[in-house]
Ligand binder design. Structure first.
Ligand SMILES: [Zn+2]
Ligand SMILES: [Zn+2]
Length: 313
C-alpha cells in the first residue's frame, strides 16, 4: 500500500508545473507513465494479497509454491491483466470493461515507452493518467481503504488526499479542453475514433486526402497526427487488434490491408450510458484509415486474403 501510494504521489508530482511554471518535459512525462503503471500493479496486487497471498502468484501448483518462497520473493508474479481478472472473478471487485481496458492500455503504453521510445506529449500523458488515476482512487476508496486498520489508514491518509486533489486537477483541465474541441467534432461522428495515445474520442480520419501529405488523421485533443498506415499500426500495437492481423480483409476502395484495423469503435457507434447499461454497450467495425470507411469482413466470392488489384474490378 505504502509503495503504491508513493508511486501515485510521484505521478502527481511529475505532472505538476516545473519551477518556471512550464508544463512538464519529456522526462517527467515518461516517469509519470512508468510510475502510474507501477502504482496500478502494486495496488491491485495489494488487494489480492489481502484476500490470500497465493493469489499474487502465477501457476500456484506447478512451481511448488510455499509461503516461505513467497515471502522470499522466489515466485513468478501474475500479469496486470490476470490481476484484474482475479480481482473481478475471485475477490468480486467491480472493474468495468472500460476501466480494465484503460489499465491494459496503460501497460501497453508503458511497454511502448520502454521498448519503442514512444514519444508522448503532455496532453496524451495527462489524459491517460487522469483516466487511470480516477479508477485507482475509486479502487482505493471502495476496495482497499475499508480493509485497513486505523493505524494503517492514518499512515497513508495524507498521501491519499494529495493524490485525490491531483486527480481532480487533471480532470478539470481535461474537461475544459474537451469543451473547447467539441464544436470541431460536430458532424464528423462517422469518421471520429478513439485516439490510441490520449484515449479521447477525438481522432478525425480524413475521407479525401487527395494526395496532400498534410491531410492526415489527427487527434483534436492531443494534436497527434499519423499517416493512415502508421495510425493503423499503432492501433494494432496498442489495442487487441494485433492478434487478428493475419486475416485482415483488403479495403474494397483503396485495395490496402495495411491501413485496415479490426474492432474500431467510431463515435457514431457509441451508445449513451443508461441506468441499465452504465457503460453504454457499443458496436465496432473493421475500418480503413485511408478511406475513413468501414470494410466488409467477407468479400463475397473471394478468399479473405486476396491480393489487391490496382484500379479495382
Ligand atoms: Zn489524442
Ligand atoms: Zn481504404
Amino acid at each position: 500500500m505504502d509503495n503504491g501510494l508513493d508511486y501515485l504521489v510521484s505521478v502527481v508530482d511529475h505532472l505538476g508545473k516545473d519551477e518556471s511554471g512550464d508544463d512538464p518535459g519529456p522526462r517527467n512525462l515518461k516517469y509519470a507513465v512508468l510510475h502510474l503503471q507501477a502504482a496500478a500493479e502494486v495496488l491491485l496486487k495489494a488487494r489480492l494479497e489481502r484476500e490470500h497471498w497465493s493469489l499474487v502468484a502465477d501457476k500456484v501448483t506447478e512451481k511448488k509454491l510455499s509461503r516461505a518462497k513467497f515471502e522470499g520473493g522466489d515466485f513468478f508474479s501474475i500479469t496486470p491483466a490476470e490481476a484484474v481478472r482475479r480481482l473481478r472473478d475471485i475477490v468480486g471487485v467491480e472493474i468495468s470493461p472500460e476501466e480494465a481496458s484503460n489499465l491494459e492500455t496503460l501497460a501497453k503504453t508503458r511497454n511502448a515507452l520502454q521498448h519503442y521510445g514512444l514519444i508522448a506529449n503532455y496532453e496524451v500523458v495527462e489524459s491517460l493518467t487522469a483516466k487511470v488515476l480516477d479508477f485507482l482512487v475509486r479502487f482505493l476508496d471502495d476496495s482497499l481503504l475499508p480493509e485497513l486498520s486505523y493505524e494503517e489508514w492514518e499512515a497513508i491518509d495524507q498521501d491519499v488526499g494529495y493524490v485525490r486533489a491531483g486527480a481532480n486537477r487533471l480532470r478539470a483541465y481535461i474537461e475544459e479542453r474537451l469543451e473547447r474541441i467539441r464544436p470541431l467534432l460536430v458532424g464528423l461522428e462517422e469518421r471520429t475514433v478513439l485516439c490510441p495515445r490520449c484515449f479521447q474520442d477525438a481522432v478525425v480520419v480524413e475521407s479525401d486526402r487527395g494526395g496532400d501529405p498534410n491531410v492526415v488523421p489527427r487527434c483534436r485533443f492531443c494534436e497527434t497526427d499519423w499517416l493512415p498506415f502508421a495510425l493503423a499500426a499503432e492501433y494494432r500495437i496498442v489495442h487487441h487488434a494485433g492478434m487478428f492481423s493475419a486475416n485482415i480483409p483488403a479495403c474494397p476502395r483503396c485495395g490496402q490491408t495495411g491501413t485496415v484495423v479490426r474492432h474500431v469503435t467510431r463515435v457514431c457507434d457509441l451508445v449513451q450510458s443508461t441506468d441499465e447499461s452504465p457503460q453504454g454497450l457499443h458496436d465496432d467495425v473493421t475500418f480503413c484509415f485511408e478511406c475513413a470507411a468501414p470494410v466488409p469482413d467477407q468479400v463475397p466470392g473471394g478468399p479473405s486474403d486476396a491480393q489487391p488489384h490496382e484500379g479495382g474490378a
